[in-house]
Design a protein around this ligand. Sequence first.
Ligand SMILES: [Zn+2]
Length: 319
Amino acid sequence: MRPPTAPPTIEISFPDLSPWERGNTGIPYAWRFESKRAGPQVTLQALTHGNEVCGAIALAKLLEWAFRPVRGTLTLIFANVEAYLAFDAADPFASRCIDEDLNRLWTPDVLDGPRQSRELTRARTLRPCYDATDFLLDLHSMTDPCPPLGLAGRQRKGLELAYGVALPEHIVIDEGHRAGRRLRDYAFFDDPADPRSALLIECGQHWEHASPAVAMQAALRFLRHFGIASPEFLDERLDREPLPAQRAIQVTDVVTIATDDFGFVIPVAGLDVVAKQGTLLARDGEREIRTPYDECVLIMPARRPRRGETAVRLGRFVA
Ligand SMILES: [Zn+2]
């Protein structure tokens, strides 16, 4: 087994996004296509994190195919392209962002506040696109190998959207991170009384061979769910394999790293289930982190734990 600090192999090639730079919305790398038939405003987003390339491969394909919605509106966004362009295979985790995490900025106090960063500038530029979105699919990938995960947020409508899309198998019901709000939880997406909704899908490990296909199937299923794509278009491209029944995991605890001396004390991997309550998982300085109940599911344990960030989220399967 490779040591956990060795960077994983890059199995996929990074697409040239320069053909898509100009956009058609007045915003670089943002494209909008409108059908003459009324319908929902759907947005597909890639590169919220600059080194999570699978979604960019899927969106570039839709653009190459000159896909057009058969009803409603489709917006395609490559979000943090500046970080994407900074990707360096010798230091592949560095290009998650430039100045700060673009996916922790999505509250009015941050967006409307005085603080400046390159991610905040991009977030402020793109914000009108999200304000005009009814349904958002935000395509991500993960640091460590893990089966794909749908992150449905904390509202019932998010879980219903994930079930409507019908993949991936594992859906996480969660409130996000203390370090700041995610785009998928932005404004009305997190309002239980508002029908607009968002889904974040983690398509697998960032650079593993399988992730781009997961991103593409997720995008196609999302388009299908909203009647945005013609049956002929989908017939040609949708995976025919039967999908497994979906399972929801309720996040109960978010372990946020408090010190510079954090470490897991047992081997951890995404979706590992720890059988016994009270099992010691990690130490954070003097603090011991133990499983709060039996059959505790570990969600996206951090490969490179850093103070202030989420080390792992704990959850349990729910009906
Ligand atoms: Zn991400």
